[in-house]
Write a protein that binds this ligand. Structure first.
Ligand code: PEP
Ligand code: MG
Length: 919
């Protein structure tokens, strides 16, 4: 096959170095994140080792041609390499002054699963001598063995253990425990062994020619885009296959040439708390991978961010003050330039500082909130930008409980507090086990010596992650923080034995399946389960929420069925109840018998008796909820689920109902049989019950109206809204609205001293209802989209069942997304738009909301804003999520269009009021 060639004008290789760069930050699409930022840092005058980036487009060309490099690339690379050689004053392959390079992948977004790094490329049997002459022999041979090992592993596919085994046996022979105790001759001997391993494994000698090494590494980066792990990661995260990865080739600088050398990672603010302190770790006399590998304990960067358990460790500030001061200057330059918290990698070679990477730093939700608010206050970003900086979904983490500080606990070990929160679950030792057990509904804590990108699925599934090795910037720590998962790392006292499925701390043994608790804020590992308490939200959280509330258009309500849930939601900022499911009140133990009597009553008289028992209970519930939601709207839905859900199945339950009804058991059993349905989802439920058993709805309406009057009488303002579910035909509402009105009027007539207004509306949750919304609106003061049922009925699949085949559907491209997760214009959103448009055609002031799960999903909230809904309603803990998502939607909406839309809506509302007043 002929290799495709790009248009002659299209550049494939972008150089950077000595203050000049062909690329810049905005070019991340073709340079990848790493390459774009290396170019940007070079441009703004930061010390970046020279290099070049091969664009992501070449990756696509490489793939399309079945793994061949496009024509012309070689010449471009040679030119870029020559520039690097000029800047560095050394030459690739030169035995006297060899240029060594690193080769790294770099996609648009950081992506585990791909080839990461090859360091020291350019070393061979001859250049190693040149390097030895210029630095030290020990350093040169150590670098060469690292190179052979890395290249052998990631480019040639030689298993890492082959090399590790030799190193371990060498240390044994020399009776030493640390790499640093090995001599130049030791490393030289090991290199020979490594080269022999490669030859034995691959059937070819290790490539000695630097150019061959370079092209091998470039091809390996492109091929790594296709590894199953990378493909899976992209699928899980919705990253398009077509993006491709860039390749960054950069002159090596060395952090391992002696004690005036170091390498480290830093965050411009604390990624756990968001505090404005310079935070990071470094290792003296080490190369990049040593820091993340977690084999040596890294030292803290600065005194201001040194934790109590690091008190004994000297900081970079103290050990290398000049390099530290420069790094601190760069920290502030980067924050001003990027206007965000940065995560950087640096190396100090013989006292000189070099920057190897910068990117937006991953952070906990708590840190994200603090950093956004602080930066807006510092004037670095606007308030609108601050609102956009926090992932609404992540807020839920902040609201969830932490360990009760007063609860007794048996701490068995302590590691580093890598990602806050608390997690409790049974111990598992592998990612697969974590996934399998979590699928079966078990809460698990994943315990590993250390984690790698292969463990991602298990980390997702686990409640928390505990590792024996690694620092605050280890894989486990960084990934867990990004996921918002509780994580404790570097817990050195844990002796993990995977083969025996256990870990040991001193003489205590914890086995797979035992329960432990980990505290990501203190690093404690605790035996058993520890009770939790609700967290206090910081000042910055309140501030951000105030800013969000000031800009959002959508109202946010909650789905709550108890006074307590209502209270919690109100504290989280709910502006009313959008859905109170009355059936939840029916399931309580002391009520279920009365409910069963009502359903299984042989006639209206018996049913009436049962309903009389239920009435005061329901009324009591509503009184509590109205009080908790004083002054705010409360939408109460009349009974919705199929009756058979309440039926007794066990002998004892059946006998109990028979006794209460004075019927015989066989008769009751026959009636149970009668009530059971083939497809309950599509059966006798919702307003169909209201039509066939009007007494049930009458009782509920009466309970609502009486509760409202009772509460209003005590001086508390109530705003009840009665909602009729599952309407599919206007005739249903045509019959049920008068029934509801009649009951309400009857109660109000008896309570003339109080002023209570009760709105009557319906749910739009059957596709047909959306289509005939214009007719339905004649009998509804409001609509609430029940997108749970609407989704199930439109796709004709239930959420639970769909879980079994959705992944395949998504993989096959039949569905691009899980339809239960978000609503959008391509799917259910169309029905929502039709319903809104047709409903408001009949009734311009029609109030429209949503109360399906989507009401707490940020993407769906944004859709609801665009579709002109008045409110979203979600579970109490999602209320802050929805408030922020609604604010982001408002900020993102084109301002002019937003104002026009608002003006139109206002005009429509006024017109509606006029029209109805005249009716
Ligand atoms: C819905 O269908 O979206 C809804 C809110 O009702 P439920 O989940 O109770 O069926
Ligand atoms: Mg429903």
């Amino acid at each position: 096959m002929k290799a495709p060639s790009a248009p002659a004008s299209r550049r494939r290789v972008y150089g950077f170095g000595a203050g000049k760069a062909d690329g810049r930050a905005a070019m991340r699409e073709i340079l990848g994140g790493k390459g774009a930022n290396l170019a940007e840092m070079t441009r703004i005058g930061l010390p970046v080792p020279p290099g070049f980036t091969i664009s992501t487009e070449v990756c696509a060309e490489f793939e399309a041609s079945g793994g061949r490099m496009p024509k012309g690339l070689q010449a471009e690379v040679a030119k870029a390499l020559a520039k690097v050689e000029r800047i560095m004053g050394s030459r690739f392959g030169d035995p006297e002054r060899p240029l060594l390079v690193s080769v790294r992948s770099g996609a648009r977004v950081s992506m585990p699963g791909m080839m990461d790094t090859v360091l020291n490329l350019g070393l061979n049997d001859r250049t190693v001598e040149g390097l030895a002459a210029r630095a030290q022999g020990r350093f040169a041979w150590d670098s060469y063995r690292r190179f052979v090992q890395m290249y052998g592993d990631v480019v040639l596919g030689v298993p890492m253990e082959r090399f590790d085994d030799r190193l371990e046996s060498l240390k044994e022979r020399r009776h030493v425990s640390l790499d640093t105790q090995l001599t130049a001759d030791d490393w030289r001997g090991l290199v020979r062994e490594y080269l022999a391993i490669v030859e034995a494994q691959t059937g070819k000698p290790f490539p000695q020619e630097p150019n061959e090494q370079l092209w091998g590494a470039i091809a390996a980066v492109f091929r790594s885009w296709e590894t199953p792990r990378a493909v899976t990661y992209r699928k899980l995260n919705g990253i398009p296959q077509a993006w491709g990865t860039a390749v960054n080739v950069q002159a090596m600088v060395f952090g391992n040439m002696g004690d005036d050398c170091a390498t480290g990672v830093a965050f411009t603010r604390d990624p756990s708390t968001g505090a404005k302190v310079f935070y990071g770790e470094y290792l003296k006399n080490a190369q990049g991978e040593d820091v993340v590998a977690g084999i040596r304990t890294p030292q803290p960067l600065a005194r201001e961010s040194r934790s109590p358990d690091q008190a004994q460790l000297p900081t970079l500030e103290e050990e290398m003050p000049r390099a530290y001061r420069e790094l601190a200057r760069i920290r502030s330059t980067l924050e001003k330039h990027y206007r965000d918290m940065q995560d950087v990698e640096f190396t100090i070679q013989s006292g000189t500082l070099w920057m190897l990477q910068t990117r937006s730093g991953k952070r906990t939700a708590r840190a994200a909130v603090k950093i956004a608010v602080d930066m807006a206050r510092e004037g670095l970003i606007s308030r609108d930008e601050a609102i956009g900086r926090v992932n609404p979904d992540s807020l839920e983490q902040l609201l969830h409980p932490t360990l009760d500080p007063d609860a007794p606990r048996q701490v068995i070990a302590k590691g580093l507090p890598a990602s806050p929160g608390a997690a409790c679950g049974t111990v598992v030792f592998s990612a697969d086990a974590a996934e399998a057990k979590a699928k079966a509904g078990e809460k698990v804590v994943l315990v590993r010596i250390e984690t790698s990108p292969e463990d991602i699925h298990g980390m997702h599934a686990a409640e928390g992650i505990l590792t024996a090795r690694g620092g605050m910037t280890s894989h486990a720590a960084v990934v867990a923080r990004g996921m918002g998962k509780c994580c404790v790392v570097g817990c050195g006292s844990l002796q993990i034995a995977y083969d025996r499925g256990q870990f040991r701390v001193d003489d205590r043994v914890v086995r797979s399946g035992d329960e432990i608790t980990i505290d990501g804020s203190t690093g404690e590992v605790i035996l058993g389960r520890v009770p939790t308490v609700t967290p206090e939200l910081g000042r910055e959280f309140a501030e951000l929420m105030r800013w969000a509330d000031a800009v959002r258009r959508l109202e946010v309500r909650t789905n709550a069925d108890t006074p307590n849930d209502a209270k919690v939601a109100r504290e989280f900022g709910a502006q009313g109840i959008g859905l109170c499911r009355t059936e939840h009140m029916f399931f309580e133990e002391e009520r279920i018998l009365a409910v069963r009597e009502m359903i299984l009553a042989p006639d209206a008289v018996h049913r009436g008796r049962a309903l009389d028992k239920l009435l005061p209970m329901q009324r009591g519930d509503f009184v509590g909820i109205f009080r908790a939601m004083e002054g705010l709207p409360v939408t109460i839905r009349l009974l919705d689920p199929p009756l058979h859900e309440f039926l007794p199945h066990e002998e004892e339950g059946i006998r109990e109902v028979a006794k209460a009804l004075g019927s015989d058991v066989a008769e009751v059993r026959a009636r149970i049989e009668e009530r059971s349905e083939f497809n309950p989802m599509l059966g006798h439920r919702g307003c169909r019950l209201g039509i066939t058993f009007p007494e049930i709805y009458r009782m509920q309406v009466r309970a609502i109206a009486e509760a409202a009057c009772q509460v209003a009488e005590s001086g508390v303002k109530v705003r009840p809204e009665i909602m009729i579910p599952l309407v599919a035909h206007v005739g249903e509402l045509e019959r049920l609205r008068p029934l509801v009105e009649e009951e309400v009027s009857r109660v109000l007539a008896l309570n003339r001293s109080v002023k209570v207004q009760i709105a009557i509306g319906t749910m739009i949750e059957v596709p047909r209802a959306a289509l005939v919304a214009d007719e339905i609106a004649k009998y509804a003061d409001f609509f609430s989209f029940g997108t749970n049922d609407l989704t199930q009925m439109t796709y004709a699949m239930s959420r639970d069942d769909a879980g079994k085949f959705l992944p395949e559907y998504i993989e096959a491209g039949i569905l691009t997304d899980d339809p239960f997760v978000s609503i959008d214009r391509e799917g259910i959103g169309q029905l929502v738009c039709i319903g809104v448009e047709r409903g408001r055609k009949t009734r311009r002031d029609l109030k429209v909301g949503i109360c399906g799960e989507h009401g707490g999903d940020p993407k769906s909230v944004r859709f609801c804003d665009e579709a002109g809904l008045d409110y979203v309603s979600c579970s109490p803990f999602r209320v802050p999520v929805a408030r922020l998502a609604a604010a982001q939607a408002a900020v993102a909406a084109p301002r002019a269009a937003g104002r026009r839309g608002a003006a139109r809506a206002e005009a429509a509302r006024k017109a509606g009021r006029r029209r109805r007043a005249g009716r």
